[in-house]
Design a protein around this ligand. Structure first.
Ligand SMILES: CC(C)(COP(=O)(O)OP(=O)(O)OC[C@H]1O[C@@H](n2cnc3c(N)ncnc32)[C@H](O)[C@@H]1OP(=O)(O)O)[C@@H](O)C(=O)NCCC(=O)NCCS
Length: 159
C-alpha cells in the first residue's frame, strides 16, 4: 500500500518526507517522494511526486505537479496551478562561498505556471495570469495576462 491516511484527513504517500516544521491544512494530497521541510500548505492542495517545498507558503486548493521546487520566500496564493518541473528561485546572485540574500516572489490567486517554467527571484505574477511552458520569468506579470518565452514577454491570448 502506498498511501496512508494521516492526521487531519491528508493523504501522504509513505515515501514522502514531511518535516514536523510544516504547517499542513486539511484534505491534502502529498505524492510519492515529495520532500517538505518547511513552510505552509493550505486546505485541499495537492503536491506531486518529487516536489520539494523548503519554506514556501502555499495557499488553498492549489494543484502543484511533479518535480516542482518551492523554496523559502515564495508565496503561492489560493487556486494556483504549477506545472511539472517548474522552478522558483530566491537568490538573484547565488554563490557557493558567500552568504545569500533572500528575495521574495509571489504568485497571486488563480494564476497558472506552465511546465518547466523558471521564475526568477523577486517577481510578482498577477491574479489569473498564465506563464507558458518553458518560460523564464524575469519581470512582474500583470494580472490576467499571458506570458511566455525567454525572457518571458506578454502575448495576446489565443481566441
Ligand atoms: C542573470 C541574473 C543574475 C541577472 O540579474 P540582473 O543583472 O540583476 O538582471 P535584471 O533582473 O536587471 O534583468 C536585466 C535584463 O536581463 C533579462 N534577464 C535577467 N535574467 C535573465 C535570465 N535568467 N534569462 C533571460 N533573461 C534574463 C531581464 O529580462 C532584463 O531584460 P529586459 O530589461 O529586457 O526586461 C539573474 O536574473 C538570474 O538569473 N540569477 C540567477 C537566479 C538563480 O538561478 N538562483 C538560484 C538560487 S535560488
Amino acid at each position: 500500500m502506498t498511501l496512508v491516511l494521516a492526521r487531519n484527513t491528508c493523504y501522504i504517500d509513505t515515501t514522502a518526507q514531511v518535516s514536523h516544521l510544516m504547517e499542513l491544512g486539511s484534505n491534502l494530497f502529498i505524492g510519492p517522494y515529495a520532500n517538505l521541510y518547511g513552510g505552509k500548505i493550505g486546505d485541499g492542495t495537492s503536491v506531486g511526486a518529487y516536489t520539494e517545498i523548503g519554506g514556501a507558503e502555499i495557499g488553498a486548493r492549489c494543484k502543484i505537479q511533479a518535480y516542482v521546487f518551492l523554496p523559502k520566500g515564495v508565496t503561492i496564493e489560493d487556486e494556483v496551478f504549477i506545472g511539472p518541473r517548474a522552478v522558483f528561485t530566491n537568490d538573484k546572485y547565488p554563490r557557493a562561498s558567500k552568504h545569500w540574500t533572500l528575495v521574495e516572489t509571489r504568485v497571486k490567486k488563480g494564476a497558472s505556471i506552465g511546465a518547466g517554467a523558471v521564475i526568477c527571484p523577486g517577481v510578482v505574477i498577477g491574479e489569473g495570469a498564465m506563464v507558458g511552458a518553458g518560460a523564464v520569468v524575469t519581470r512582474d506579470v500583470a494580472p490576467g495576462t499571458l506570458v511566455f518565452g525567454n525572457p518571458a514577454k506578454e502575448h495576446e491570448w489565443p481566441v
